[in-house]
Design a binder for this molecule. Structure first.
Ligand code: SFD
Ligand code: AMP
Length: 638
């Protein structure tokens, strides 16, 4: 045992009032905000934040970003709701989206106060946003930043606010534990250090579960030397969705996914190129395919009214996919044309600056794209670049809306009363809160909106903890039982490793890497991955259902030969539960709500009459079964 550094783990138990699980944008928002309400109430609550990685570079913003995609500014939050509703094909929780819209700007102002460089319009260079400084907008809702150090800056403010002594980095949370006396309530979270041989058990009155979205659930386009490169962060493995579902939380819109169009292989985002540089895309023959086939989405029988106005992100994808399927690729972004047009009215110095911006857009957030450009001798002002729809991601904060059903604000007119049950941002499980990628049916929050949502949740959690001051957590499971479960992959390895001479080949165990391949293959082939051009049907889903059940069974046989592999094992378990939720929701929703993200070929049309509704699910951890239902959609903003 000692050879592999494993004996019995040291067990560290801690009781706090509020636990923040994750250290990303939403977690930083909560950490920043929580002290203020704690102090105002004179409550002296004990707060702790636990992140699997190091906060200054953890989560989706690890590499930085070059835009803040939600800044309302001169716009109206109600109009923001209309934009999000249109982009997400008519079904969003408008109360939640409006709440983010009316609060988000203060967070962006804070980022600037903390020295995040925000691009300003000519003449306003030294005027902060807070004082009316005009940002450089790439689009109506997006503003440009020099954001390589975005996460570092935001994390520093968060750490300062709650105190580094209340931050535990490098601890991967595996599961939530329900309360012994009230199974509809969470009482603790258990995980392990990815550096030391220690198991952590945090008891709490309430927690904020903000571990981001789910990446690497589907077979990625990257293979071999490129594996590990994806657009969304590979280290977010669906922990938010799986832990919430296993604790009994109602999930919503888990059929939704985001398939972003991205610069091929480097996964560079396209927003700045489309919106700021006004670049055009063309097919392999140099034709503007949006002009050629853009009108096809006006077919009301298939796309309802959704193809009539500004097409949402999935419909833009749909047009591109049709062109690719017709064999008219590659799809190319005309970066030289866009830059030449912009340069027409520029001095040589300004042109140089423009070239630098083109590179910086990616150096600030997706460095791999610069690697591709350099490696393939591409100068964006001279050669066009290929665009490609990526593998699907499950997320609730970017241009998607998978996630958990949460309690909304109470002060908006026209909102059904059942959308709010006491504490803002609380899930249907007592004491379990979420934000950012965790919140379903409310996309397009992005980095700033996720941070703002974390702040909103923090205020409600303080209230919850104070209201439950005398409540004592009692755990449904014993510590011994949790250690047994969490370290099972280690035991499996130690018990069987000598059975064969090749450490990775053994009839008694499967490596986490191989299990991940199996998950990705089946999701790709049966649940509308890139291999089928995002197409599936009821029969394929039935196959997926069986295969996922077996995979879940076999996941108990994952091995861990070190702490890193133990993390990989649990990440994959989280991915499987998130994948299963996604599959079950696609199976339940017998229509194609998001053409361009996925197609139910047996119901290849939008069916507003039967499906203009939320789809919510719950998971029973004991039986391993899902229950799904329709929940009426209500339009709040005209
Ligand atoms: O260009 C555990 N995003 C963009 N937002 C913008 O505002 N502008 C952009 O320019 C954006 N673009 C973009 C974006 C993301 C990425 C990866 C790229 C480009 C390349 C989106 C935002 O980044 C995103 O909306 C928010 O970050 C979401 O916030 P949040 O808090 O929901 O998730 P997180 O920040 O990823 O943090 C997750 C945290 O959880 C930790 N974690 N901790 C303990 N135990 C576990 N089991 C855990 N699992 C995960 C993570 O370490 C992390 O701290 S563009 O494409 O449009
Ligand atoms: P992306 O870089 O694709 O993540 O996009 C960043 C922002 O720009 C998001 O708010 C997108 O919705 C928006 N966006 C990207 N491409 C387009 C486009 N072609 N038309 C309109 N909005 C876009």
């Amino acid at each position: 045992m000692a050879e592999y550094g494993f004996g019995n783990p040291e067990i560290i138990e801690e009781e706090v009032d509020i636990l923040i699980i994750g250290g990303g944008m939403a977690a930083c928002g909560a950490a920043f905000e929580i002290g203020k309400w704690n102090k105002a109430a004179g409550a002296n609550l004990k707060i702790k934040l636990v992140d699997k990685a190091a906060m200054s570079r953890s989560g989706a913003v690890a590499q930085g970003l070059s835009a803040i995609n939600t800044y309302i500014g001169e716009n109206d939050p109600a109009d923001y709701v209309r934009y999000v509703r249109n982009d997400l094909m008519g079904i969003i929780r408008e109360d939640l989206v409006y709440d983010v819209g009316r609060h988000v700007d203060d967070s962006v102002h804070n980022f600037e106060d903390w020295v995040l460089p925000v691009w300003k319009a000519k003449g306003d260079e030294d005027k902060p946003l807070r004082q009316g400084g005009k940002p450089v907008r790439s689009g109506k809702w997006q503003i440009m930043i020099n954001g390589e150090s975005y996460k570092w800056i935001v994390a520093e403010a968060a750490k300062k606010a709650i105190g580094m002594e209340n931050v535990q980095e490098r601890v991967f949370i595996v599961r939530l534990i329900n309360d012994k006396n009230d199974p509809t309530r969470v009482a603790a979270a258990a995980g392990f250090s990815v550096r030391d041989h220690k198991l952590y058990l945090y008891k709490f009155k309430c927690c904020l579960l903000v571990c981001g979205g789910a990446v690497n659930v589907f077979r990625p386009r990257s293979i071999g030397e490129g594996v590990g490169r994806a657009w969304y962060p590979v280290w977010n493995a669906g922990s938010t969705y799986s832990m919430a579902a296993e604790a009994g939380a109602e999930m919503t819109m888990m059929e939704n996914r985001f398939v972003p169009a991205r610069f091929k292989d480097g996964y560079g985002p396209v927003g700045a190129w489309f919106l700021l540089f006004k670049a055009q895309v063309m097919n392999g023959f140099g034709e503007d395919y949006n002009k050629l086939r853009g009108d096809t989405i006006k077919d009301e029988k298939r796309f309802g009214k959704y193809g009539q106005g500004v097409p949402g992100t999935c419909l833009r994808n749909h047009i591109m996919l049709e062109e690719m399927i017709a064999g008219r690729g590659p799809i190319m972004m005309d970066t030289p044309g866009a830059m030449a047009k912009l340069a027409e009215k520029m001095t040589p110095k300004e042109v140089k600056h423009l070239e630098a911006e083109a590179w910086e857009d990616f150096l600030d957030m997706t460095i791999s794209q610069c690697g591709i450009w350099a490696g393939e001798n591409i100068e964006p002002d001279k050669s066009p670049s290929e665009i490609m729809p990526t593998e699907p991601y499950l997320l609730g904060s970017h241009s998607g809306c998978a996630g958990i059903w949460v309690s909304g604000p109470t002060d908006l007119p026209g909102v059904p009363k059942e959308w709010s049950w006491g504490y803002r941002s609380m899930t249907t499980v007592k004491g379990l809160f979420t934000s950012g990628d965790g919140v379903g049916a409310s996309g397009h929050k992005f980095s700033s909106g996720s941070f703002a949502e974390g702040r909103i949740a923090a205020k409600a959690m303080v209230k919850f903890a104070i209201d439950n001051k005398d409540w004592k957590p009692a755990l449904e499971r014993s510590t011994k039982d949790l250690v047994e479960e969490i370290y099972r992959p280690v035991r499996t390895f130690l018990e069987h490793k000598d059975y064969t001479t090749a450490i990775d080949i053994n009839p008694h165990y499967i490596t986490p890497k191989m299990l991940q391949y199996r998950l990705q293959k089946l999701m790709d082939e049966y649940v509308a991955g890139v291999g089928t051009f995002y197409r599936t049907n009821g029969k394929l889903l039935e196959m997926a259902e069986k295969k996922l059940e077996m995979l879940k069974e076999d996941s108990l046989k994952m091995r861990a030969k070190d702490l890193h592999e133990l993390m990989r094992a649990w990440e994959n378990y989280h991915r499987i539960i998130a994948a299963e939720a996604h599959m079950k929701h696609i199976q339940f929703r017998t229509e194609t709500r998001y053409p361009g993200f996925y197609y139910r070929m047996d119901y290849n049309f939008i069916d507003d009459e039967n499906w203009k509704c939320f789809t919510n699910s719950t998971y029973d951890r004991h039986t391993g079964k899902w229950a799904l239902k329709k929940v009426p959609y209500v339009q709040v903003i005209k």
